[in-house]
Design a binder for this molecule. Structure first.
Ligand code: NAD
Length: 503
């Protein structure tokens, strides 16, 4: 390591004047660039709201193109020495970041419960636990990863792609950041992170942890701001070699368009409209419980949520009844209350969008089995939406085709298995999905016919070592496991002169 470490000053913490701002929140007025907390070039700020009280809980810098230039220049300067570190050196840093995040797990859980609205217990387990694990996973993986192989007379080596811009959404904010930052660091890339402006506070915690472990300056940089400004400046930047983007299909298309001008590598993790197929030989109670859970987790704000349940026509009445009974178990309420199973949505925009879709579902003629567009009882404040299930949804209806990103499940009936597969594949997306059958071989046969990146067989759990990503307009590229590390690597072929043949 030739890079000299400059200790960064701690960010200034400005007390926020409103008495309604909870004590656990701090205002953030600095960006993390070149190993230091620095003032942004501009003066504008972005308000961060509590999902459950709607109060402003923090302010963050609204970065601009000048901040992007400074961060990219730092990442570019740091690349030569960081890319020359050994895998063992990088593994040691990743392990330290893992430990730093672990020590702040409670803090991260509370922060995300506030900014996203997921109930605290779940937020601590999933939203804090998963990214913490991801750093350890990549630390460990570096010991066994094959960095080179002989192919004929060539030595094929894997090398880091360069400066990576990571642009991330708000729904599993730190998980999505870790799924990019950990493998990019492991690969030897340097990074500029632009987190979601809606739930950015967790990213500041990560930057503090990274600062505390002494990562060489410029290897990791944090610039907050709006997508069309900071995100687009990164996608356009000639010195950014790759953009790893997670977010909406709309913004992903824009990033791909801009990135094409400099022929940079673009990885896109986009939206979904995943189908859970209940086959006629499934355990119906288990299938319904699993599907409702895979739809409602994080109040439906999960890109791979199973938002369509495809059921045999003959079993519709039984399944609809089970689904309503299941939905009633999802107590909606304050993410900090023990009894809450579903928190609010992330923002007023999201709440209005989801309520709009519920109204549209009714207008389109679907059967409203439970829930609805009104605010849940007693929760007039906060971005709450009632868990909603529609029955007999037309597969071509907007609520069956478009990503709603709320706790809204559409039950669609099918005639036979071919019909089920056709409906499942009949959206522009292909991210997740599920198949339920008492016969695993039967479920696997159907799963293989689905044009989608992941399929859970009988509720098979999420596996961070497996590739995660989409077909069709759900994006391209894969995250997590060794597949996620490979995303950040180039191939180089070194042609060796063959030994002269011996007689
Ligand atoms: P979004 O597209 O609005 O924002 C995502 C990120 O992109 C944010 O940081 C945002 O500031 C930035 N951005 C917005 N416009 C941009 C532009 N023109 N150029 C560059 N950057 C821009 O998405 P969101 O509302 O934050 O997140 C929800 C969406 O993310 C959903 O569609 C969901 O399905 C998707 N998502 C996908 C995955 C996946 O792995 N496939 C995971 C989580 C979320």
């Amino acid at each position: 390591m030739t890079n000299i470490r400059v200790r960064a000053a701690h960010p200034t913490i400005i007390p926020v004047p409103s008495p309604r701002i909870p004590a656990i929140m701090q205002n953030r007025d600095k960006l993390y660039v070149d190993g230091a907390w620095i003032a942004p070039h501009g003066k504008k700020t972005i308000d961060v709201h509590s999902a459950s009280t709607e109060d402003v809980i923090a302010r963050i810098p609204e970065g601009d193109e000048r901040d992007v230039d400074a961060a990219v220049a730092a990442a570019k300067a740091a690349f030569a020495s960081w890319s020359a570190t050994t895998p063992a050196e990088r593994a040691a840093f990743l392990q330290k970041i893992h430990e730093g995040l672990k020590a702040r797990g409670e803090d991260i859980g509370k922060t995300i419960a506030q900014e996203v609205g997921m109930p605290l217990k779940l937020a601590t387990k999933i939203q804090a636990g998963s990214p913490t694990y991801t750093f350890a996973m990549y630390s460990k993986m570096l010991a066994s990863f094959a960095w080179e192989e002989k192919v004929g007379n060539s030595l094929v080596v894997r090398e880091p792609v360069g400066v990576v811009a990571c642009i991330t959404p708000w729904n599993y904010p730190l998980h999505q950041i870790a799924a990019k930052v950990a493998p990019a660091l492991a690969a030897g890339c340097t990074i500029v992170l632009k987190p979601s402006e809606v739930a950015p506070l967790n990213a500041f915690i990560l930057a503090e942890v990274i600062d505390s472990v002494g990562l060489p300056k410029g290897v990791f940089n944090l610039v907050t701001g709006f997508g069309p400004v900071v995100g687009e400046a990164l996608a356009r930047h000639a010195d950014v070699d790759m953009v790893s983007f997670t977010g909406s299909t709309r913004a992903g298309k824009r990033v791909a368009e801009l990135g094409a001008q400099t022929v940079k590598r673009i990885a896109l993790e986009l939206g979904g409209k995943s189908a859970s197929i209940v086959l006629d030989d499934a355990d119906l109670a288990a299938a319904v419980k699993g599907t409702v859970s895979a739809c409602f987790l994080n109040s439906g704000q999960t890109c791979s949520a199973h938002t369509r349940m495809l059921v045999p026509e003959s079993k519709y009445a039984e399944i609809a009844k089970l689904a309503v009974e299941e939905a009633q178990k999802y107590a909606v309420g304050d993410p900090f209350a023990e009894t809450s199973k579903l928190g609010p949505l992330v923002s007023a925009t999201q709440r209005e969008r989801v309520r709009g879709y519920i109204k549209k579902g009714v207008e389109e003629g679907a059967e409203l089995l439970c829930g609805g567009a009104d605010a849940p009882a007693g929760l007039a404040k906060g971005y709450y939406v009632r868990p909603t299930i529609f029955g007999r949804v037309n597969p071509k209806a907007a609520i069956a085709q478009e990503e709603i990103f709320g706790p809204v499940l559409s039950i669609i009936t099918y005639k036979d298995e071919d019909d089920a597969v056709r409906i499942a594949n009949g959206t522009p997306y292909g991210l997740g999905g599920g198949v339920w059958s008492k016969d695993e071989a039967h479920a696997l046969r159907v799963a293989r016919r689905l044009r989608t990146g992941q399929v859970d067989i009988n509720g098979g759990p999420f596996n961070p070592l497996a590739p995660f990503g989409g077909y069709k307009q759900s994006g391209h590229g894969r995250e997590l496991g060794r597949f996620g590390l490979e995303e950040f690597l180039e191939y180089k072929a070194l042609q060796l002169k063959p030994e002269p043949a011996k007689n």
